[in-house]
Structures are given as C-alpha cells and as structure tokens.
Design a protein around this ligand. Structure first.
Ligand code: FAD
Length: 463
C-alpha cells in the first residue's frame, strides 16, 4: 500500500498533510463545541421526506433498518427558539422586509441589511429559500419558514453506520460520479454561432462569446493549471521529491477539483461509518479496522481527497471571517447569541489568513473557462438533487448537509469577494450551518484516520 509522506503537500492545495493535521488539532475542540453546544449549529431545517428522486424510481433502494431512521422534531416546543418557524417569521413585516433577490440584483451595492431596519440581519428574517440565486452551487433545500420543513437535532441523529448498502447505495454514488464526466464543448464554426442566435442550432444555449470560449476551452483542456500549482509549491520551498505522490490522469484542474470534492465527501462518509460501526452480532458500536482498511487505507488517493476537502473548506470559512463578525445569530436570547458568535469567531481567528492552505484564484482564471464554471456549478447542483434518491433517511440527512456544506464552500470561494462584500450573494442560515458541520465532519475524519493508522501500526508492530 502506497502511503504519503506527512510532509508532502496535498496536491491542488497549498498545505502539507502535517500542517493540516496540526491545524486540525488546534481547531477540532472549537468545531466540536460549536456543533454540539449551540442551538444555532446543532439543528437543521430541510425537506427530508417531501421530495421525490428526480432521476429514477427509488422505491427498491429504501433502507428499512432502524439505524437508517431520523428522529425529527415534530413538536414546536422541542425546536429551539432560534429555529422555530414562528420566530423566523416574526420579523417579517414592513420594517423588516427581506430585500429579495430582485432588489439585490437591481441595487447590488446596497448592503443587505438596508431594508431590514437597524440590528436586523438576514438570519432574523423569514428566508425565501425557494428563490435560487444563479450563483448557488446547490438547489436550496430548506423548505421556506412558512411551509414548515423538517427540523432535526444533529446531535441526536449522528452520522454513523446504518447498514444502507447494495444496489441502491451504489446507484447513487455512480450517478454522482457520472456528473464528473464533463464533456468537451463541441467544436462550433462561425456560421453555426450566428445561427445559434436564432435558436435554430443545436448549440442554441450559447451566446457568441460563450461559443468562442467553448472553442478555446477545447485547446486548454491539458493539465496546465496543475503544472502551475506544482511549480508554485516548489517556488514556496516545497521539496519536489516530497510532493503528494497521488497520480492524476490528464485532466484540467477544475474537473479534478470536482472529482476530489465528491470523492473526498464519499471517503469522509466511509470514515465515519467505519469509525462508528455497529457489530451486528454483538450489537456494540465501535471502530471497525477492517472496514477502514478495505475502504480507505488501500486507497491513499481517497484519503488525500479528504485532506484536500479540509483545506478547501478551511479557506472558505477563513474567507467569511468578516461576514461572521457582522452576522446576527437571532435566538431572541442576547446571551446565547453572544456565546454562539464568540465560538465561531474563536474558530475563525484560529484559521490561517489568506490562501495559505488553498488558493482558489488558480481556478477559473482564464476568460476561456466561463463555460466550464457554469458547467461545474450545474453539475454540483445535480449532485445536490441526487441526494433525494438516497434510500436511507439518516444517510440522506447527512448527505444533504454535506453537499450543502461543499456547495456553500464553492459559492464562497468562487462568488465572494474578500475585499468588497457589497456584491456577494447572500448566505442562508442553513448554508452557514451546513458549512460548519461539514467542516466538523472532515475534522472528525482526520482524527479518526490518525487513530486508524495507529491501530494498523500497533497491529503490524511498526514503530
Ligand atoms: P461504496 O462506498 O458504496 O462505493 C461504491 C464504489 O465507489 C466502490 O466500489 C468504489 O469503486 C467507489 N468508491 C468508494 N469510495 C470511493 C471514494 N472515496 N472515491 C472514489 N470512488 C470511491 N452508510 C452508512 O452506514 N452510514 C451513512 O451515514 C451513509 N451515508 C451515505 C450517504 C450517501 C449520500 C450515500 C450515497 C450512501 C451512504 N451510505 C451510508 C452508504 C455507504 O456510503 C456505502 O454505499 C455502503 O456502505 C456500501 O459500501 P461499499 O463498500 O459497497 O462501497
């Protein structure tokens, strides 16, 4: 089994495995405390049961195990104040109107709070979740506060082994990986570019600039960006012999990142289920080393993708430091709001500044990649749609949270401007909750993998 050097740089990121592990040790306690001890981050609102799988008939793939079930909070009294529909809707009215997407588009420079009255942040107002911003990487899932969604305590429904497996589960993973098959844009000549304006050509969806970009894209599909990343790592002092040995095939950086995000999410889910595994003979929950060896230890690329995702999410959370400083955690309890905010700020201030662990600016840099970015965003939206095909409630819950978490990270990385937030798209509360919980899941994966490695070494007498 090929294992990577601890000092090697995680390819496509800027930090080494060692650095990410050290950062993880420092921030894991904050993440744990935020996700377990605050009402805001320990609960989630989503459509867990009401959406049908849009791709195939999913009746056959349903999981009947008790471990697959989710306990939703069906009584209003059990839902913390900060999450109650009544509370969320309370501020709706003439003095606290959500500016709405239309107004944001017309007056993007106007601060979001503009129409909300003093001290009223977006998180305090009923959110129109069915309105999708074109810059979103996920299909909004949190049914609007007026049409009550499903409320779930994430602490009471931990992600762990459920027994969901077989054809149903494989079909979902296969569909997700199929989204990674970016097709090369078709070669289009000038005459069809012209006719496409009239909508008659098969490429009617493209405008002439996009057509030109599409044609140029064909010629830059080679792995130039990856080469640049390696060169810049070496320029920063990395030893070329100690770079991440994970081999990649001949693909462009953006497509590779898509694959890494999805595969890293898959590997992280595998880590959690192997760590919190139920021995079906004894009925006891404990780590399952064989499960880890079969699904992860033998595949260093999968482990590398978890580290990659951690670097990516870390950068996204670091990028919204200011946003968090300005955010109002509306629980109607100022003391609780203060505690929640302080916990998140402690986490944010422990993160590296700027693109030290991940540099998103190397992606979608060439003007030619306009089409690719749109394709990337649409494909990720499809991954979020596929989550409605997961036939196990608990897996669907955590699958939805994590795709929303990665979608939010991608939105922050590629659509937010760290130095001028006036045109940033809004962040929904569920996006923020998903982002932090996904970061916590990855942090837990890094800790579990370290322990699993130790178990392998102890067993094999390696010291
Ligand atoms: P699978 O994990 O189903 O993988 C299918 C195939 O994909 C493998 O044969 C391999 O070729 C490839 N593959 C595997 N891992 C990777 C990777 N990281 N990168 C690239 N390719 C890979 N089960 C639970 O017990 N608890 C959960 O919380 C849970 N959540 C889930 C969430 C979702 C969204 C889905 C789709 C499934 C979930 N499952 C969960 C089921 C679990 O992920 C596995 O599908 C199941 O345990 C069967 O595993 P397997 O060994 O057959 O391979």
């Amino acid at each position: 089994v090929v294992q990577f050097e601890p000092g090697a740089i995680v390819s496509d990121a800027c930090a080494s495995y060692d650095t990410l592990e050290q950062l993880n040790e420092a921030i894991h306690p904050y993440l744990h405390s935020i996700t377990q001890n605050t009402d805001f981050f320990s609960h989630y609102r989503l459509s867990l049961y009401s959406k049908k799988c849009p791709f195939w008939d999913d009746e056959d793939g349903m999981c009947g195990n008790r471990a697959c079930a989710v306990n939703t909070l069906d009584n209003e009294e059990d839902i913390p104040l900060v999450w109650r529909a009544k509370e969320l809707g309370k501020l709706e009215g003439p003095t606290a109107q959500h500016p709405g997407r239309q107004q944001q588009r017309e007056h993007p420079q106007k601060p979001l709070q503009g129409g909300l009255g003093d001290q009223v942040d977006e998180s305090c107002v009923v959110e129109y979740d069915d309105e999708c911003d074109e810059r979103d990487y996920c299909i909004p899932d949190d049914a609007s506060a007026t049409a009550k969604g499903d409320y779930v305590s994430l602490v009471d429904n931990p992600e762990r082994f459920t027994g969901y497996a077989g054809v149903g589960a494989h079909q979902v993973w296969e569909a997700i990986y199929r989204e990674n098959c970016f097709s090369k844009p078709p070669k289009v000549d000038e005459s069809s570019a012209q006719s496409s304006l009239g909508g008659a050509s098969p490429f009617g969806g493209f405008n002439p600039q996009q057509l030109q970009a599409a044609n140029q894209l064909r010629s830059v599909m080679k792995d130039q960006a990856f080469g640049k990343t390696v060169k810049s790592a070496i320029a920063k002092g990395a030893d070329p012999a100690r770079l991440d040995p994970v081999e990649f095939d001949d693909t462009c950086l953006e497509k590779r990142v898509f694959h890494r995000v999805v595969s890293g999410m898959h590997a992280s889910i595998s880590t959690h289920l192997c760590w919190d595994y139920m021995n079906q003979t004894t009925g006891k929950w404990s780590p399952n080393l064989a499960c880890y060896e079969q699904r992860l230890h033998k595949y260093p690329d999968r482990i590398s993708n978890i580290y990659f995702n951690y670097a990516l999410i870390m950068r996204a959370v670091g990028k919204i430091k200011q946003h968090i400083k300005d955010y109002t955690f509306c629980s109607e309890d100022p003391e609780q709001d203060k505690r929640t905010k302080n916990s998140v700020l402690r986490l944010a201030s422990a993160l590296p500044d700027g693109p030290e662990v991940f540099d998103e600016t190397v992606m979608f840099r060439d003007p030619d990649t306009v089409v690719l970015k749109e394709d990337f965003r649409n494909r990720f939206r499809n991954v979020s749609r596929i989550m409605d095909c997961v036939g196990c409630d608990k897996c669907r819950l955590w699958g939805k949270i994590q795709t929303n978490g990665y979608g939010t990270a991608l939105k922050v990385l590629f659509e937010f401007d760290e130095h001028d937030s006036s045109k940033d798209p809004p962040l929904r509360r569920t996006e923020l909750v998903a982002l932090i919980n996904t970061m916590h899941r990855l942090s837990h994966s890094l800790t579990a993998i370290k322990e699993f490695r130790q178990m392998v070494e102890d067993r094999d007498g390696i010291h």
